[in-house]
Design a protein around this ligand. Structure first.
Ligand code: 0O2
Length: 216
């Protein structure tokens, strides 16, 4: 890749890959719904990193432009959010069993949380995109986290942006406490997981019966 990068051409396969993965992962959630089983996937989002963030990251990590497609693993990113911590590992198994991409790296920030307090499971995949010029492989980072982890990460990310990575110490301390609270929330919910799932199943049955009777 030359220095004068054509960003539209470069980013198009990433957008294609993110869009395809969103459809596929939402399809998995639908299958659980049809089988009236608890879905480990609650919601799926995705994005292509803005050009300015790609350049910032390359700069910060000393990555030459010619190497960004090999060395920046999250130019394309997909996020899977789930209800319970166990769901994360179920999703990882589901991803490992697929043949439409190759997993090239896994990072378990649950077992090894980051010093910021960040928890999540990252799976980097090499995804084939069919382009008019043939097959093109792109790296996509799939982040898997609970709703509680997501709430924390979104807020911490906003603060990091606001303070350009230099969050004041008092806010950092609050974030650490919030990370601990999010961890406790996940732990408590895990203990009543069966109860919650049964309640959700009853609600689902009630909804589909009402639907069959023509209700809303
Ligand atoms: P975005 O798109 O703004 O979210 P690094 O990015 O240097 O921390 P590395 O090795 O490139 O780390 O990859 P890693 O650890 O998989 O992290 C990549 C992404 O994970 C980040 O992307 C975040 O989305 C998320 N992440 C990692 N650490 C933290 C953290 O401490 N707090 C929050 N809120 N998110 C984190 P970017 O580059 O920040 O981009």
């Amino acid at each position: 890749m030359g220095k004068n990068i054509n960003w539209s051409t470069f980013l198009a396969p990433y957008q294609q890959a993110v869009d395809e993965l969103k459809v596929k992962l939402r399809g998995m959630r639908k299958q659980y719904e049809i089988e009236v089983k608890h879905s480990p996937i609650e919601l799926v989002t995705g994005r292509v990193k803005p050009i300015s963030s790609i350049l910032d990251k390359a700069n910060r990590k000393g990555i030459p432009i010619s190497e960004i497609e090999n060395m920046i693993q999250d130019i394309g990113g997909v996020r899977i959010v789930c209800q319970f911590v166990d769901d994360i590992y179920t999703i990882v198994e589901l991803l490992r069993a697929r043949h439409d991409f190759e997993i090239i790296e896994e990072k378990d920030y649950l077992k090894h949380k980051k010093s910021s307090g960040y928890r999540s499971y990252h799976v980097v995949v090499r995804y084939p995109v069919a382009t008019i010029k043939g097959e093109k492989f792109v790296l996509i980072e799939i982040q898997i986290r609970t709703l509680a982890m997501n709430f924390w990460a979104i807020n911490e990310h906003s603060l990091n942006y606001k303070y350009s990575g230099e969050i004041p110490v008092d806010i950092q301390k609050r974030l650490q406490r919030a990370a601990e609270a999010a961890f406790q929330l996940d732990e408590e919910m895990a203990k009543i997981k069966d109860e919650v799932q049964e309640a959700q199943w009853i609600f689902h049955q009630h909804k589909s019966n009402t639907h069959k009777k023509g209700g809303r």
